[in-house]
Ligand binder design. Structure first.
Ligand SMILES: Cc1cc2nc3c(=O)[nH]c(=O)nc-3n(C[C@H](O)[C@H](O)[C@H](O)COP(=O)(O)O)c2cc1C
Ligand SMILES: CCCCC(=O)C(=O)O
Length: 348
């Protein structure tokens, strides 16, 4: 079968990956209602095209923090791309670079920051988990900054990992050789146990000032789901917000990100870029997010599917499909540039 859609890649990847690894990547917390809702929210979108706009060759390039992105799309931070392919994040970074897209590199990346930065031709942002041991967190950030990361993305929805029942039932352990190679200290085998032991559950808004005091990189917070937290983040002086429910992996029962995106965009009122992730699987999903005011979107699991199926090439094809579908959706809705995309494109 030739893979034409991200759904095709998902099916091919499911057949290839070890079942326990598949469950870790695919799964969500609890009954996976939020995981399902992320995708269902896009299924309910109806687009309202405008015709005869001469939108033959849409321009989808954008700028974020002064950097050019070939499309308003980046790879979401995910632990251990090495679970999907031995080249791991190196393949992802090369794939993203080949299509001009940035990558958010996880604290739990399986390949070294230095080799990722050397392979990158587009921005790399470092996703930060705050450890109970602040000095460990500080060393992580200094390592990332020294290696050449372009921004920090603080994950704020994970004082501990959500209850992922598939992993509990499977007693999921990382396979041998899967290591958080950018962290000092030993690796671990159970992500959930490691997170409860090591991540700082006492984190509060003062962490923003602390991060500012140790790094001058642009700072985003990832995991905002309400207008009031978005306002709080803006008051704290962040440079960007990522609306996210961690792909349904943290608290089951929180809303789909697409549902809350409009109220957060309204609350932020242009003070900083608002990005979003969760369930984006088609170009028209990207268009829907842009229509309600997202500056860009992050895509998670489909990148792992691409890696599992075909390493760098597979991941590049997944990202290429999204770009092509976005271009197609813009052409057919009569929006020749990103600036032409507006809330009126969406009806229910
Ligand atoms: C296997 C896996 C690992 C993840 N690891 C991280 C992580 O290390 N840090 C983080 O902030 N988010 C992590 N996430 C959440 C993603 O950044 C993102 O919010 C989510 O996957 C987006 O949804 P999507 O997969 O439906 O596109 C992870 C998600 C998956 C599926
Ligand atoms: C300790 C690994 C955490 C990875 C993560 O954030 C996730 O699986 O969602």
């Amino acid at each position: 079968m030739t893979a034409l859609t991200l759904g095709d890649y998902e099916n091919l990847a499911r057949a290839r990956l070890d079942r326990l690894v598949w469950d870790f990547c695919a799964g969500g917390a609890g009954e996976e209602r939020t995981l399902t809702a992320n995708m269902a929210a896009f299924d309910d979108v109806r687009l309202r095209p405008t015709v005869l706009r001469g939108a033959s060759d849409p321009d989808i390039a954008t700028r974020i923090f002064g950097d050019r992105w070939a499309a308003p799309l980046a790879v979401a931070p995910m632990a251990f791309h090495t679970l999907a392919h031995p080249d791991g994040e190196l393949a992802t970074v090369r794939a993203a670079t080949s299509v001009g897209m940035p990558v958010v590199v996880s604290t739990m990346a399986g390949r070294r920051f230095e080799e990722l930065v050397s392979a990158a031709g587009s921005p790399l942002w470092l996703q930060v988990y705050c450890f109970r041991d602040r000095f460990r967190t500080q060393r992580l950030i200094e390592h990332g900054e020294r290696a050449g990361m372009n921004a920090l993305v603080l994950t704020v929805d994970a004082p501990r990992l959500g209850r992922r029942l598939r992993d509990v039932r499977n007693d999921f352990r990382l396979p041998p050789g899967i290591m958080p190679v950018n962290l000092d200290g030993d690796g671990f085998s159970s992500p959930a146990a490691h997170a409860s032991a090591e991540l700082d559950p006492t984190l509060d808004w003062s962490v923003i000032d602390w991060l500012r005091s140790i790094s001058s990189l642009p700072l985003l917070v990832k995991g905002i789901l309400t207008a009031s937290d978005a306002e709080r983040a803006v008051r704290a002086g962040v440079d960007g917000i990522v609306v996210s429910n961690h792909g349904g992996r943290q608290l089951d029962g929180v809303p789909a990100t697409f549902e809350v995106l409009p109220e957060i965009v309204a609350a932020v009122a242009g003070s900083c870029p608002v990005l979003v992730d969760g369930g984006i699987r088609r170009g028209r999903d990207v268009l829907a997010c842009l229509a309600v005011g997202a500056a860009a979107v992050l895509v998670g699991r489909p990148v792992l599917h691409g890696l599992a199926v075909g390493g760098q090439e597979g991941a590049a094809h997944v990202l290429g499909i999204l770009i092509e579908e976005l271009t197609d959706a813009m052409t057919l809705t009569g929006t020749p540039s990103l600036a032409d995309i507006h809330p009126g494109l969406i009806g229910h």
